[in-house]
Design a protein around this ligand. Sequence first.
Ligand SMILES: [Zn+2]
Length: 328
Amino acid sequence: MNWEEMKIDQPTVMTMLERSMEKDRLAHAYIFEGMRGAGKKAAAVLLSKSLFCQQKIKSAPCGNCAECRRIDHGNHPDVMLVEPEGATIKKAQVESLQKEFTYKGMEAGLKVYIVNEADKMTASAANSLLKFLEEPESPTLALLLTENTHFMLDTIISRSQKVTFAPPPLKKRTAIYIEKGFSEAAASLLARLPDQIAGEYAEERKDWIVHGRTLVIQLVEEVHHRPQQMLLTIQEKWLAHFTDRKELDIGLDLLLFWYRDLLAVKHKKDNLAYPDQVDKLEQDALQMSEREVAQRLQQILEAKRRLRANVNAQLLMEQLLLRLQEGS
Ligand SMILES: [Zn+2]
């Protein structure tokens, strides 16, 4: 995606960045906050290119010069990308970034680092980053990308300028997966998952997402109509399907989408994550107030947060289901 295309998707963000660059008033740290697929990483890469490009036109990098190409290939010495290794970003990753930049700090000039899914930093990684934000060795621009600012340290948030991305066009994303041969039901879920994960499961494990979806539909049915069944389903089916923390997190996402759909149905919106379940959704929506749905969304988000803290998966799911069932 080039600068102009990005500007069509995210006009507010890109115009703000353009103006800041023109006035030479970029902040030292930005938090790019927005939904999956909103283009946060693409925008961060474009901004990095714009700062190093030798042939840019106004703010738009050319995309062809040596600097632009090195950034595209991830081997520019002054632009570094940090992403989760497994479920988290670890302290050692932040430290190696610092080491790299301190070493190169000898040569003057701007350094840029992009931290993708920055909310997945462990507490010690975040504290390490905080020190770096406070005392960089040379002029440094930090781009911290996240879907969930509220999982980040307040001290990091307060030292950064928050930039909010508009949600991506879901319909467009759904259509892409349908074109790839998925049913509308599976495509609607894939369109809502992170690109990387959706891509991985779409290519390699087509049936996995479809089966996971069936389990979610069964589970919410049990939570609200046959609660005596639900703990057994968790033990025998859920934990056998969502086997590690990454997959459990996807499972919680699929569950989250169900309750978001309940809200959408209440507001008579279309574009559901479970489009073929609209009858069930409408039925359940009648039995819960908007506030009760919102509470359940909070409970699932809380479970996602606790999942990162390495709690026992079975215990986590059982507690969550009891809360979803009781609604408190
Ligand atoms: Zn260029």
